[in-house]
Design a protein around this ligand. Sequence first.
Ligand SMILES: N[C@@H](CCC[C@H](N)C(=O)O)C(=O)O
Length: 276
Amino acid sequence: MLLKFTKMHGAGNDFVVIDLITQRCKLRPRDIRMLADRHLGVGCDQVLLVEPPGSPDVDFRYRIFNADGKEVEQCGNGARCFARFVRDKKLTHKRVISVETNCGVIQLRIRDNHQVEVDMGTPVFEPARIPFKAQEEADCYPLEVDGQTLEIGAVSMGNPHAVLRVDSVADVDIEHLGPRIETHEAFPKKVNAGFMQVVSPGEIRLRVFERGVGETLACGTGACAAVVYGLNRGWLRDTVTVNLPGGKLSISWAGPGHSVKMIGPTALVFEGSIKI
Ligand SMILES: N[C@@H](CCC[C@H](N)C(=O)O)C(=O)O
């Protein structure tokens, strides 16, 4: 069949978005891998499927697949692009949209200038729920990688993140360290690895090696994880500008028990059809 798609990005984290409300298709993991392939398909970090909701209390359901074909729980930049997509396609006229994801319902607010605000929910630090193998919950943990001990923060934003503070993101050997942290045995479901440079209490630089993808130009949940880790360590204040290789996000967190708010851009790249 010929499948219609929309290519979008949020701060350079790119997506193939598929409307499964007005068209029907059952995508297999190999279809997802083909769509995500930058040589043989459309090319993206994640494929997003927009579906009807499972309950009348929410507006939509959306599902997220990494480029490796595996379904995941959450995607911050994808959530913003999803909101812009359903408005642009006139699947809703609402500016405040609630959507069911694999880690619960999240709220999105469409602002002006193609910016979208997302309530990303409360961060989870309990090791078993990340999941992360540790005796007890702590602000930071030692992680042995290639004979050196790294100091990491571990947090779930619906999906698992490890965050390391570094002196300079430009000097991180992300191609070497990223895969080793992603597949470290302490993270039974693998992990997204973020490298954070604190510029000031209100500004960080961040590079993320994403689970199931590799280094991306931006990671929304990674930005949230870095800010909550930095706040817990006393390095950051409650609203932080996160500079990623592909753009800027604004992340706010009022502390334990509060949800994390993210504001950032969305962009439409092109639309097309592809044979599945
Ligand atoms: N790019 C995303 C995160 C996508 C999922 C991630 N790779 C995972 O496996 O958890 C974001 O913007 O949050």
